[in-house]
Design a protein around this ligand. Structure first.
Ligand SMILES: Nc1ncnc2c1ncn2[C@@H]1O[C@H](COP(=O)(O)OP(=O)(O)O)[C@@H](O)[C@H]1O
Ligand SMILES: [Mg+2]
Length: 255
């Protein structure tokens, strides 16, 4: 009988420590593997280090100590200075920031979405085709000529997501994707994440929203307020562990 294939590891951290300004700890010895095609949630109370961990996985900040690998290669500051390596990594991993305002800056939605692929050197006519495809996929074709900063919060989020999806990344990092969205936008985004997962994308998302967790994640890593990882398991198992959730300050009292 053939051996079951090991799932491919797309991103990996080993004993990662990170402190802001050498003084404010954010990650304290975090190790994890992200497997191709999974939906992984980073769960934890405010300030435990979720956003920092996503930034580490996206090569936006680099560990004080410990190692990060992406697609089997070390992810380092020096490595990303190489334009070719950087472009290859950036086209494979996309990061949807928590606050869409920090992610949209172009005069029109179409230019906004074009920015990344043009930056990567894709031919302009091909970029326009891809933009039309992603606008249609997200059902926001009517926003194409609007000014991003005049849009609603939910629409800005859609544009920010379009500007990432247009690169067709293999891995998508979402920071608090459902926070600050109205119920309709939240529903839309949860359905989109489901569609992306079904299409084979790898999703890593930071959240403290326990209620929507089963809809968005298969596996959950729990970060404690001391910036260590304290649990790693299937979503239902983690959600059933009330003592753990109380300990990491995600629920209160006897609930
Ligand atoms: N730019 C920064 N300067 C100093 N400390 C920061 C900065 N960003 C985050 N921190 C600190 O790092 C820790 C982890 O923050 P963060 O990763 O944003 O947590 P989370 O996303 O889980 O809320 C917190 O204690 C936070 O105060
Ligand atoms: Mg955060």
């Amino acid at each position: 009988m053939p051996l079951a294939a090991e799932p491919q590891i797309v991103l990996a951290c080993r004993d990662v420590h990170y402190s802001y300004l050498d003084r404010f700890p954010a990650l304290a010895g975090v190790s994890l593997d992200v497997h191709a095609g999974e939906r992984l949630a980073l769960l934890g109370a405010n300030g435990c280090g979720k956003s920092t961990l996503l930034k580490v996985l996206d090569g936006l900040v680099f560990p004080t100590s410990g190692t990060v690998h992406a697609f089997g290669r070390p992810l380092t500051e020096d490595g990303l200075e190489d334009a070719q390596l950087s472009a290859a990594f950036r086209s494979r991993v996309g990061f949807v920031f928590q606050n869409a305002d920090t992610q949209v800056f172009s005069p029109t939605v179409r230019e906004e979405i074009a920015f990344g692929p043009l930056q990567l050197g894709l031919p302009p006519d091909q970029v326009q085709i891809r933009i039309d495809e992603v606008l249609a996929l997200l059902e926001i074709t009517e926003l194409a000529d609007r000014t991003p900063f005049q849009l609603s919060g939910g629409q800005k989020k859609q544009v920010a997501i379009a500007s990432i999806l247009v690169m067709n990344p293999q891995v998508l990092l979402f920071d608090e994707p459902t926070a600050a969205l109205d119920p309709r936008s939240r529903h839309w985004l949860i359905e989109l994440m489901r569609t992306l997962a079904e299409a084979g994308k790898t999703l890593v998302l930071a959240t403290h929203d326990l209620e929507r967790l089963p809809d968005v994640a298969d596996r959950v890593l729990v970060l404690a307020e001391d910036h260590t990882l304290v649990a790693d398991g299937p979503t239902a198992t983690v959600l059933d562990d009330r003592a753990l959730l109380r300990e990491v300050n995600l629920i209160h009292g006897g609930s």
